[in-house]
Design a protein around this ligand. Structure first.
Ligand code: F3S
Length: 678
């Protein structure tokens, strides 16, 4: 018979913690005056051990008496089990402890259970006048202390269901409030079977729209049940060790029995008498979260002795299966559980790896549960191993650093530019985190002016050079300025290599004089003369530009030796006179707007930048007609273009010619040069 012990057999994290806390108390102060609120662990053998140390079990009803009896000579300390307690009991304990300094309590509520307490107590009660009715549907054992403790924190209506089908039954028999307006929240006992929870969720979705599910099954339970199912699938006999009042042991039994009918549940080795089948080839041992290692060893030994085949002791087997772990090792761990506070890793050793958020990343906003999932493999550095706690404190940051330090060294040796995020502003500079390393950048090596505010760099992604290495594997000194200056020089070099006459650049106005503007073309400045800025005459560039304006310009000429560039903005394509002559010809009839008067006639606006003249003689047949008497500024007048003088850039217009149907060229041509406004 081959015997396989499930890897995750025995105390879970929450139970191990409760055990450690009470053992520490007993070894420090003795067990006298120490009480557990109900069985600390659902295991009679374990509780009997505690009793020999003087520890007694108390109920909630005993608390007032115990609190009153606590004195300096006979202090009382109550331990609350991992399942937690009711809100009423918690309040009572807190009050007793504050009233009597010789009465104290140690809350060993498992963090997973505490999380459900918080969820449930924060749910809307649903009984306010403004609120829709709110209901909590809870999948769990109604009488179990964990369920009782959780439900005591619910301020509104709630229903507890042992399984998924009892929910459907309750709905069918009118025991559940139904309706569109009901807001439904669902949670689950930590030790519940994942498959039952899934069915439960499906049934809820058939009854309610938009229910909200809190998946509060403990990862340990889930992992253990999965492993138990896999092991049971390979065995023809399975022993589940644990107390019959332990919820998670009962679930393990049910999971194993589904795949291996020859599954038995026993509290200890003695109870196995007569249960081991003679024809068993592959036997499996699974244990609930409240089963001490000693009990597992006893069962294993008994089965081995009966089989007469196995000689290796349980400890030896574990030792040979598990590698030894030392501080300073770097190992690959597999994620077995994750929450927002920590990641638990199977390191292939007897201890479980604990990776906290601060050792996972420098990014304080990182959510462990989003970054890691069960089954992921992570390389970690072992900081400390504690056989007592069964845990190893590990660091992914340190493992990353060890793996990537050579990249920092290479960057220094090859003068490579790196990119990282400024994580901290410290005295005299800033810190950039990269590859798990800390790179300090002195203030003088940042782009911030002397005595400026370095905090403007916090959170920014910056390029930098490594200029000095500090204590191998610990940190480095960097320079942002050096990277910036090198980048700028490279850009300038590239600019001069690629410049050509006629090439366009998107520049920014950087400065101005009365005769022109300086345009930043991306690290290199060019100059544009005011006459090349506008087709209309301007007095100075500031008439049409301001510092910081974007301007698309082209190169008119350049001198690389003197680093001078002459730029242009206006082109023939935007020349108003060209645009006008492209569109209009003599004889065209158009609408114009009177813009000004002169002694000899009126100027009228034709197109952007082009005005024409209506001579007094071209208004009507009345030889004494004067433009000022006939028109006013802003009038729209229909005229004929009688002459376009390309050389002088002048346009003659006539109202009279509309009746005559022909240009009156001679008269318009006689007018003096200053009549044109073009
Ligand atoms: Fe806590 Fe899960 Fe154990 S809820 S007590 S770690 S089984």
């Amino acid at each position: 018979m081959k015997i396989t012990v499930a890897e995750n057999a025995g105390f879970c994290f929450g139970v191990r913690r409760a055990d450690r806390l009470i053992r520490e108390k007993i070894s420090r102060d003795g067990g006298r005056g120490v009480f557990t609120l109900g069985k600390l662990i659902h295991n009679d053998g374990y509780m009997a051990d505690l009793e020999t140390d003087g520890v007694r079990v108390a109920s909630a009803e005993d608390l007032p008496r115990l609190a009153a009896s606590a004195t300096e000579e006979n202090p009382v300390c109550v331990f609350v089990r991992a399942h937690g307690m009711t809100l009423e009991t918690e309040n009572a304990l807190t009050a007793f402890a504050s009233e009597n300094p010789y009465f104290s309590f140690v809350d060993c509520t498992c963090p997973y259970v505490r999380k459900i307490h918080n969820i449930v107590s924060e749910l809307p009660s649903g009984d306010g006048a403004e609120e829709d009715e709110t209901v909590l549907l809870f999948l769990g054992s109604a009488g179990h202390p964990e369920t009782v403790g959780i439900m005591s924190r619910r301020r509104g209506r709630s229903f507890v269901f042992e399984n998924a089908s009892s929910l459907t039954e309750a709905a069918a028999t009118g025991k559940l409030p139904l309706g569109e307006k009901i807001r439904v929240f669902c949670a689950v006992q930590t030790t519940q079977k994942a498959s039952e929870w899934k069915k439960f969720q499906e049934n809820v979705k058939k009854l309610y729209t938009k229910p909200i599910f809190f998946d509060t099954i403990c990862n340990v339970t889930e992992t253990r049940q999965k492993e138990a199912r896999e092991l049971a699938g390979k065995c023809d006999f399975v022993v589940v060790i644990g107390g019959s009042d332990s919820s998670n042991t009962a679930k393990l039994y049910s999971v194993c029995r589904e795949v291996c009918p020859r599954t038995v549940m026993v509290p200890d080795a003695e109870s196995l008498d007569g249960l081991i089948p003679d024809d068993c080839i592959n036997a499996g041992i699974v244990a609930g979260a409240s089963t001490p290692d000693g009990k597992i060893e006893e069962v294993y030994t008994k089965m081995s002795e009966e089989n007469k085949a196995m000689t290796e002791s349980f400890e030896e087997m574990l030792d040979s299966a598990c590698k030894t772990l030392n501080s300073g090792d770097t190992v690959t761990g597999t994620v077995i559980a994750v929450n927002d506070q920590e990641v638990k890793l199977d390191l292939g050793a007897k201890v479980t790896g604990i990776l906290t958020a601060d050792q996972a990343s420098d990014d304080a906003s990182l959510k462990l549960s989003s970054e890691f999932k069960v089954g992921d493999e992570i390389d970690v550095f072992v900081i400390r191993v504690s056989d007592i706690d069964g845990c190893a404190t590990v660091s992914k940051k340190r493992a990353d650093l060890d793996k990537n330090w050579h990249k920092i060294v290479d960057a220094k040796e090859n003068n490579t530019t790196l990119e990282g995020v400024v994580s901290d502003v410290v005295k005299g500079g800033v810190v950039i985190r990269i590859y798990g390393a800390r790179v300090f950048v002195p203030a003088s090596q940042t782009p911030v002016p002397k005595d400026g505010d370095l905090s403007v760099l916090a959170g920014q992604t910056v390029k930098f050079k490594v200029i000095e290495l500090k204590n191998q594997g610990k940190g480095a000194v960097g320079s942002i300025r050096r990277a910036t200056s090198e980048e700028k020089s490279a850009k300038v070099k590239e600019f001069w290599e690629n410049i050509e006459v006629g090439k366009y650049y998107d520049g920014v106005v950087r400065g101005m004089t009365d005769y022109g503007a300086f345009i930043d073309l991306g690290g290199v400045d060019g100059m544009i003369h005011k006459k090349n800025l506008s087709w209309r005459p301007i007095h100075k560039p500031a008439d049409i530009l301001k510092i910081g304006d974007p301007l698309r310009v082209f190169v008119r000429s350049y001198n690389p030796e003197k680093k001078q560039i002459s730029l242009g903005y206006i082109t023939e394509d935007t020349n108003p006179w060209k645009l006008f002559t492209d569109e209009y010809k003599e004889g065209d009839v158009i609408d114009v707007v009177i813009s000004n008067f002169a002694q000899f006639g009126a100027f009228a606006h034709i197109t952007e930048g082009v005005d024409g003249l209506i001579h007094n003689s071209q208004i009507s047949d009345d030889k004494n007609a004067k433009a000022e008497d006939v028109f006013k500024i802003g009038d729209t007048v229909t005229v004929m273009i009688t002459k376009i003088d390309d050389e002088q850039k002048r346009v003659s217009l006539s109202v009279k010619a509309l009746d005559e149907g022909a240009p009156a060229e001679e008269e318009a041509a006689e007018e003096p040069a200053e009549e044109s406004e073009n």
